[in-house]
Design a protein around this ligand. Structure first.
Ligand code: TPP
Ligand code: MG
Length: 317
């Protein structure tokens, strides 16, 4: 990966991080209602994997999606406005944190039912195969999804019909407060691929460069050979499951240990070591992101709420 690309991925991860730090703040000020699930700590996975896609590839995911939405070209303005429940949000203010959606960037949401996106991801991949449009689907999920019925149905059909889909498990070792050891007999969620079977890999999800290349291999295979794969990234969320969760089921040492492998820190170290001539751009990037986030907050604050007359819009009756 060249230095410019790495720098752009660093910038993207910083956007994700600062977007959510400010969202958390706004939540405590009651400017955001409902749920708010933060991606902080997991940024390398979304940034790396989505950078390896083509723009017309489909992305579908769970409810922990702000980062993936931003990586897929969603704007901070429309994202923040969505959190604030404003009409200018990426889902018209109706979806909120869990249901970001942006058809123009082939970002298909944003699903709150665990594993629901897996058969849907198989479905979009089936459509691509049927239409021979050369698109790949990236279907993100948490480790909690791999024991859900819908997961198995989607995996089964993807293997049977050789669909161009990459199932990405973001294994952050917890499903709400339940540790992985209480739901799976192994630490590697990718073993789930064996039964169908389909290719699998387990990769550390803290270095954006490694995430990029692991995803690229899977995406290339899906596109060129029309084959699915289960790609697991070991990662960690620094915050609780949602804003209501203080995360008392984890030790301070465990959280601190993962923070020593912070994706942003690793990216900066890589830039300084491999591309020292570009390191001088980092302060400028930080300022640009700061400006973008402050602009997004202002935009969200000043935007109108959806008009009551539009309450039935986008609804099947
Ligand atoms: C079918 C279903 N069962 C239960 C829930 C409640 N629930 C919401 S999030 C969650 C944990 C999921 O954990 P994981 O898949 O590991 O994702 P993470 O939050 O770690 O990103 C559960 C059980 C749900 N949304 N859907
Ligand atoms: Mg999890």
């Amino acid at each position: 990966m060249n230095g410019e690309k790495l720098l752009s991925l660093y910038k993207q991860m910083l956007l994700m991080r600062r977007f959510e730090e400010e969202a958390a703040q706004a939540y405590t000020q009651r400017k955001i209602g409902g749920f708010l699930h933060l991606y902080i700590g997991q940024e390398a996975v979304g940034a790396g994997a989505i950078a390896a896609t083509r723009e017309d590839d489909y992305i579908i995911s769970s409810y922990r999606i702000h980062g993936q939405y931003l990586a897929r070209g969603g704007t901070a303005r429309e994202g923040m406005a969505e959190l604030f429940g404003k009409a200018t949000g990426c889902a018209g203010g109706r979806g909120g944190s869990m249901h970001f959606y942006k058809a123009e960037t082939n970002f298909l949401g944003g699903w709150g039912i665990i594993g629901a996106q897996v058969p849907m991801g198989a479905g979009t991949a089936f459509a691509s195969k049927y239409k021979q449009d050369g698109r790949v689907t990236l279907c993100f999920m948490g480790d909690g999804a791999v024991s859900i019925g819908g997961f198995h149905e989607g995996m089964c059909l993807a293997a049977l019909w050789k669909l161009p889909v990459v199932f990405i498990v973001e294994n952050n070792f917890y499903s709400m407060g339940t540790p992985l050891s209480r739901t799976l007999v192994t630490e590697d969620a990718s073993v789930r691929a064996l039964g169908y079977p389909m290719a699998r890999a387990t990769v550390e999800g803290v270095d954006v460069v490694e995430c990029y290349y692991a995803a690229k291999e899977a995406i290339d295979r899906a596109r060129e050979q029309s084959l699915p794969m289960l790609l697991e990234f070991k990662t960690y969320r620094y915050r609780g499951h949602s804003m209501a969760d203080p995360g008392k089921y984890r030790s301070k040492e465990e959280v601190e240990d993962w923070k020593t492998r912070d994706p942003l820190k690793i990216a900066v170290e890589r830039i300084e070591k491999d591309f020292p001539h570009l390191a001088g751009q980092i302060p400028t990037i930080k300022q640009e992101i700061e400006d973008e986030i402050q602009d997004a907050l202002r935009f969200a604050e000043e935007s109108p709420e959806p008009d009551i007359s539009t309450i039935d819009d986008h609804t099947y009756i």
